[in-house]
Design a protein around this ligand. Structure first.
Ligand code: TPP
Length: 332
């Protein structure tokens, strides 16, 4: 959880310094991210939305790979084609997200349906979304299919109570987001998304059920988007930030876990700060390494579409190669 907190803070600083283009934090949502990630097994698939990079990191995506993808440099496995904050990791079965809200949920359910058809007992697909995502048609199609096919998926809504400037009260007239699963015959659970143990408990129940072949569960994790929607947003223009302060303070998931660990005698006073310092040093080293890597080679522009690039693509590449190249401000 601290790794996400510290990495996000560094990335936001880089964005403000003009060194990366865009960033979306998961501040205040770390318990939902890590509590659910901890349930996943290597054979599972993860289909994330915007705030689950920490699930990828938990499963083994390296900080270097994450940062390479934010810079879009030559070490970026997606060759600089994705937006920052849309990471992927093939080895750890962490699928790249689509910017189009909720298009990933049919993908998650489809992967789970394929697992079931292939007889892959014991594998689960985790599909994530935000509260705003549950108003999209894709969400309803996907949950319906999950229910009918009894696909081995766990659909997780991080209800952070805001979809950019739209509050939860304007998002739905339903009493809870979880209720939306019930209408499709999918068992639904609502848990405290800022309590990492409650998250783990709820998601473990859902994942165990899916592994047994007993079908999907829709899990709503109640949390709060403490930060702005992204680095392009200023929430003070549309919401009462005194409410945000309550979530940032006493309801902070890291502070809650720290209190618990200290009371149990599992964490010493000052240990949290020491861990955070070590993480920050690691992140700073990774930034230095990744910032030094050049952008992807020009030829990569025409790769991965056809097995052999067509004459037209080759001609276009030659035309660009001969032209002037403008250096991106994000590549020093
Ligand atoms: C189909 C679609 N509509 C609108 C947008 C613009 N948009 C990007 S993020 C977002 C809000 C998403 O809110 P939510 O699903 O609650 O997730 P959160 O960002 O709060 O984690 C919107 C409307 C989009 N990317 N895709």
């Amino acid at each position: 959880m601290l790794r996400i907190r510290v990495t996000d803070a560094r990335m936001m600083a880089l964005q403000r310094q003009g060194r990366i283009g865009f960033y979306g934090e998961a501040v205040g949502q770390e318990a939902a991210v890590v509590g659910s990630a901890a349930v996943s097994e290597p054979q599972d698939w993860i289909v994330p939305a915007l705030r689950e990079a920490g699930v990828g990191l938990y499963r083994g995506m390296t900080t270097d790979s994450y940062i390479a993808q934010i810079y879009g440099n030559a070490a970026d496995p997606t060759k600089g084609r994705q937006m920052p904050c849309h990471p992927c990791d093939r080895e750890h079965q962490y699928v790249v997200m689509s910017s189009c809200v909720s298009t990933q949920i049919p993908h998650a359910v489809g992967i789970a349906m394929a697992m079931k058809i292939a007889g892959d007992r014991g594998k689960v697909c985790f599909g994530y979304m935000g509260d705003g995502g549950t108003s999209e048609g894709d969400f309803h199609v996907a949950v319906n299919f999950a229910g009918v096919s009894k696909a081995p998926c766990v659909l997780i809504c991080q209800n952070n109570q805001w979809a950019i400037s739209t509050p939860g009260t304007l998002q739905t007239a339903a009493e809870t987001i979880a209720l939306k699963g019930v209408g499709y015959g999918v068992e639904a659970i609502r848990a405290d998304g800022n309590d990492v143990l409650a998250v783990y408990h709820a998601v473990a129940y859902a994942a165990d059920k899916a592994r047994r072949g007993d079908g999907p569960t829709f899990v709503e994790l109640l949390t709060y988007r403490v930060s702005a929607h992204t680095s392009s947003d200023d929430p003070s223009r549309y919401r009462d930030e005194s409410v945000t302060e309550i979530w940032r303070g006493q309801r902070d998931p890291i502070r809650r876990l720290e209190t618990y660990l200290v009371k149990r005698g599992w964490l010493a006073a000052g240990e949290r700060e020491a861990i955070a310092e070590q993480i920050e040093a690691d992140v700073r080293d990774a930034i230095a390494r990744q910032e030094a890597i050049a952008p992807p080679a020009l030829e990569t522009l025409i790769e991965d579409v056809f097995e052999e690039p067509t004459w037209l693509l080759r001609e276009q590449l030659a035309a660009i190669a001969d032209g002037p190249r403008v250096k991106s401000p994000h590549h020093r």
